[in-house]
Design a protein around this ligand. Structure first.
Ligand code: PEP
Length: 246
């Protein structure tokens, strides 16, 4: 049975102090069953303290660079993350792709470098409203998935968590219907099967992301090809976060 994985994406919100307070408040009330992975992806400056404060929550980075060191002002390397015990990193979020012009090739390099370091990549993919409305979602996501998994072995591919996030549903309040989300996630599983095999496609975890809230998470998680959620806005408040995990 595949586990459920629910990760909050805090984007560029909260301070270090607020992060530690949040983790303490959540952990004092949270009970996570052994088949669920629950966590938060926080800004770089909070990772170290968040990691120290958390007992059961996974603390994920929101990005990384693929080179181990060098003249890359402003970037954070994988060895830096490893040194503070980080074992999940979000890559290819649509905000990184759109605002910071990250390409499929860069995301593939990050995917390869993280897997080499034994860190779990949470690999985001998803289409714009324009692509969705022109009926080209699957074609678009296929291109992103194939590029992201280039050069990755079958054994490593299983460790990647894929997050399908239609851009038109991120932070807009427009949630894709469970049927739309399930259909694309099923197609993604099929893409993984075509690149690798049935066993990889069966094992790999696929999340949905886009305006997920405590009120709609159950119907999303009830879909057979959706193993969890990547949640922005609704992961920022303690009560709302707890509502996602229950
Ligand atoms: C996200 O940040 O990845 C996201 C899905 O945001 P929201 O839940 O706010 O739509």
């Amino acid at each position: 049975m595949r586990k459920k994985i629910i990760i909050g994406n805090w984007k560029m919100f909260k301070t270090n102090t607020e992060a530690v307070d949040f983790i303490k408040a959540v952990e004092s009330k949270l009970s996570i069953d052994k088949n669920t992975i629950a966590g938060i992806a926080v800004p770089f400056v909070m990772l170290s303290d968040a990691k120290k404060a958390s007992k059961n929550l996974v603390i994920s980075a929101q990005n990384c660079f693929y080179e181990n060191e060098g003249a890359y002002t402003g970037e954070i390397s994988i060895p830096m993350l490893q040194n503070i015990g980080i074992d999940y990193v979000v890559i290819g979020h649509s905000e990184r792709r759109d605002i910071f012009k990250e390409t499929d090739e860069m995301i593939n390099k990050k995917n390869i470098a993280l897997l080499k370091a034994n860190i779990t990549p949470i690999l985001c993919c998803g289409e714009s409203l324009e692509t969705y409305e022109s009926g080209k979602t699957i074609e678009w996501v296929k291109k992103q998935i194939e590029a992201a998994f280039k050069g990755i072995s079958e054994n490593d591919a299983k460790k990647v968590v894929i997050a399908y996030e239609p851009i038109w549903a991120i932070g807009t309040g427009k949630v894709a219907t469970p049927e739309i989300a399930q259909n694309v996630c099923k197609e993604i599983r099929n893409m993984v099967k075509n690149i690798y095999n049935e066993s990889v496609s069966h094992e790999i975890l696929i999340q949905y992301g886009g305006s997920v809230k405590p009120e709609n998470i159950n119907e999303i998680l009830n879909q057979s090809d959706i193993d969890g959620a990547l949640v922005g806005g609704a992961s920022l408040q303690v009560d709302s976060y707890l509502g996602l995990i229950k």
